[in-house]
Write a protein that binds this ligand. Structure first.
Ligand code: UGA
Length: 442
């Protein structure tokens, strides 16, 4: 029932932008994606994703072939092509503090603004400190020849890596922060398919929209650290945190999602977002309101140390000269992302203590090899654990959940396993002669 497909641009084609661009084309829009990284644009233009995301490469190739999707490095082209621009650039943690680095966002606004000679709508999707969007809106109007006819709204993105396509096409909700009817109208138009599916569409002010995103990630991080704190207590008290979590999950008010105890959270979002959120609260003069997030972070870090302690105890002493097999390198399954990966943090610490550590991961080996040359890498699970005196399962890939204890027993030096993700059935592994240890369980 939609009218002629509308042209949109997507500025920044990293994880978020590439997914957004391909999915908008899939929904029938004419999409031009921009990145300043020529190599990224070359890869995307030839249908190759610079990262792993199930299902996305097919959508990319199909829409490239159908001519609905193109990529460029030219801001002139983008400004000429579209009147609705999505800004999806990265906002990583600053090197010198916990705050968010807004360099890429500022650069995008500064490059796009002076080229906007017609009325345009700019919609930010990046995760930003509350207050950023209002500044960006003012700056755009100052820079743009079209002046006040260039309006900016903020629509945070909630997609999870590994579920990027599904989360973009069928998000839990769409939030648009704006007080401009024109921005709201443009957002309704690009969200028509989701609105038709009765997906909640919320209009807020700019600040609230920015906050929704960081509040959601802070809540998720808190939920994970809560159950991991319960795991710490369970370890001391001889209780079983898996049974505890299951019993809690039947309370609808609590729910079972993100209540999985283990090595804790990593990745390019949760850890940096809670730190940037604390830094922003400090600037706003409400530092105590978020001081609990410091604990959330600390609990999360302690899980890594605890995993190493359990492994040390299992092999009966120091790691020097020992052989360790590690299953998992990505920060979570179905991803090749190793940013702040708990698995690689643990593996690399053990290597620094003198062990020979061999890592296997279904997707993240190339990324891991680049950043962690001190580790050894294997191309199969069995090769990674060959001669190992202890095996550590650190990322909960389905392949590891389905591992056959008898198969691995044939090649290890000792049948000892630390299940850092509570992914295995302890009774099954123990019955096959393994010494099995996990976080938060007897
Ligand atoms: C997270 C949010 O879930 C998304 O909604 C958000 O859009 C995204 O950040 C973002 O800000 O861009 P993502 O980083 O892809 O998504 O990863 P999650 O699926 O949230 O997992 C985060 C970490 O928590 C992983 O290391 C995972 O292993 C860990 N986790 C998750 C647990 O330790 N226990 C659980 O029960 C669940």
């Amino acid at each position: 029932t939609r009218t002629a497909p509308r042209r949109i641009s997507v500025i920044g084609t990293g994880y978020l932008g590439a997914t957004h661009a391909a999915c908008m084309a899939e929904l029938g829009f004419d999409v031009l994606g921009l990145d300043v990284d020529q190599a990224k644009i070359d890869a995307l233009s030839s249908g190759r994703l610079p990262f792993y995301e199930p299902g996305l490469e097919e959508i990319l190739s199909r829409n490239l072939a159908d001519g609905r999707l193109r990529f460029t490095t030219s801001y002139d082209e983008v400004a000429e092509f579209a009147d609705v621009h999505f800004v999806c650039v990265g906002t990583p943690q600053r090197a010198d503090s916990n705050a968010a680095d807004l360099t890429y966002l500022d650069a995008a606004i500064d490059a796009l603004g002076p080229r906007l000679t017609r009325p345009a709508v700019v919609i930010g999707k990046s995760t930003v400190p509350v207050g950023t969007a209002a500044c960006a809106a003012a700056r755009l109007q100052t820079l743009a020849p079209a002046g006040r006819d260039v309006e900016l709204g903020w629509s945070p993105e909630f997609l999870r890596e590994g579920f990027g396509v599904e989360d973009t096409l069928r998000p839990d909700r769409i939030v648009i922060g704006t007080d401009s009817p024109r921005v709201e109208e443009a957002m309704r138009e690009v969200s028509a398919a989701q609105i038709e599916q009765k997906i909640p569409f919320l209009v807020t002010d700019l600040q609230t929209a920015e906050l929704v995103k960081v509040a959601a990630n802070a809540f998720l991080a808190t939920k994970i650290s809560f159950i991991n704190a319960m795991a710490e207590v369970s370890e001391a008290a001889g209780a079983d945190v898996m049974q505890l979590a299951k019993a809690l999950s039947y309370d609808d008010r609590i729910g079972g999602k993100f209540l999985g105890p283990g090595l804790g959270f990593g990745g390019g979002c949760l850890p940096k977002d809670i730190r940037a959120f604390m830094a922003r609260a400090d600037e706003l003069g409400v530092e105590p309101a978020l001081s609990f997030l410091r604990e959330v972070d600390a609990i999360n870090q302690r899980r890594r140390a605890r995993t190493i302690d359990i492994a040390r105890t299992l092999i009966g002493g120091g790691f020097a000269g020992r052989t360790v097999g590690v299953l998992g390198a990505s920060f979570k399954p179905n991803s090749d992302d190793i940013r702040d990966s708990p698995a690689l943090d643990v593996a690399s610490t053990i290597a620094s203590l003198g062990a020979t550590v061999t890592v296997y991961d279904p997707e993240a080996l190339d990324n891991a090899r680049r950043v962690h040359p001190e580790l050894k890498y294997a191309h199969t699970m069995v090769e990674a654990v060959r001669d190992a005196e202890v095996v550590l399962l650190l990322t909960d890939w389905a392949e590891f959940r389905d591992a056959d204890p008898d198969e691995l027993a044939k090649v290890v030096a000792e049948r000892r396993i630390v299940d850092g993700r509570n992914a295995l059935d302890p009774a099954h592994w123990r019955a096959r002669g393994w010494i099995y240890r996990a976080l938060g369980r007897p």
